[in-house]
Design a protein around this ligand. Structure first.
Ligand code: BT5
Length: 267
């Protein structure tokens, strides 16, 4: 199996300039948290395989060996901590742009999925580490199903997940894609890191949104409500309109959104 080597493609100045590589690991997010304090900003932890890959809310992330890109980036932005959750949208926009650079069209499902042919091909998990005096670090974990085959997905995932290899019907160069994600991430992240400017990532999330204009179910706690998605606002919030005519702005992480049937059947 070819190891990750992105020297030929990496143009970013600090994202991905230091990479910690593992054949196997529990979760790259867990490892990135361990090294965050000493690590330079932009340090990446990547693994061929995760034995305990994490999704949001304690869910699992399937991460078979040598077939995907499972990695986490250590970030040390200077913006207020409330702003930092928006980094997920920077990740989503960077993955979208990287796929486009590879000639692959995709959609963004707010707040943390990339979707092709109505199926999830990438998920993003942003976590914070709080330090004394209110300072913090951010770990953004990105999982991309690159060369997974049908049999890599369990019965549950077969209907809602896919890989780039499955949609392309040929293998995709992991090194190139990995570098393209890091390059695009840095371009979108720099204005945010310094000034909290996230306009470009939001613009992309809006333009490529698979949710805007659709009816969705919003699941929060034990409640489930049906609404129409109107927009993504300049703060990165999802603007929805309920059947009773009320509108609401949802923060990322507050709810899970599904297509009306299954994962994206209606979208
Ligand atoms: C996510 O959570 O989508 C965040 C996934 C983040 C994974 C990366 S990999 C590198 C880094 N290290 C980690 O440990 N994690 C990050 P969520 O929106 O909660 O979606 C989780 C759900 O997606 C699961 O409950 C499954 O239904 C589905 N799922 C699991 N593995 C998948 C896969 N490989 N492809 C598509 N869907 C998957």
């Amino acid at each position: 199996m070819k190891k990750i080597d992105i020297r030929d493609y990496l143009t970013a100045n600090f994202i991905g300039r230091s990479i910690e590589y593992h054949e196997t690991i529990t979760s790259t997010n867990i490892r990135a948290k361990e090294i965050a304090r000493e690590a330079d900003e932009g340090t990446v932890v990547i693994a061929e395989e995760q034995t305990m890959g994490k999704g949001r809310l304690g869910r699992n992330w399937t991460s078979p060996k040598g077939k995907g890109l499972w990695f986490s980036i250590v970030l040390k932005p200077k913006v207020k901590v409330e702003e930092a959750t928006k980094i997920t949208l920077i990740g989503a926009a960077a993955v979208y742009k990287a796929l486009k650079d590879m000639g692959i069209e995709s959609y963004i499902k707010w707040p943390n999925d990339i979707v092709i042919d109505g199926k999830k091909v990438c998920g993003i998990l942003t976590e914070m580490i709080f330090r004394d005096k209110g300072s913090y670090f951010v770990i953004i974990g990105i999982g991309i199903n690159v060369n997974l085959d049908e049999e890599d997905f369990n019965e549950d995932l077969k209907n809602k997940a896919t890989s780039l290899k499955l949609v392309r019907r040929s293998e995709v160069d992991r090194n190139k894609l990995f570098a393209y994600v890091l390059n695009n991430f840095e371009i979108l992240y720099i204005p945010f890191k310094e000034k909290g400017d996230i306009r470009e990532a939001i613009e992309i999330s809006r333009e490529r949104s698979i949710l805007i204009g659709k009816e969705v179910r919003i699941i929060g706690g034990n409640r489930e409500k049906t609404a129409r998605v109107l927009d993504i606002d300049n703060e990165g919030q999802l603007i929805v309109k309920y059947r009773d005519g009320k509108t609401e702005a949802l923060f990322s992480g507050e709810v899970s959104i599904r297509g009306m049937e299954g994962y994206m059947d209606n979208c």
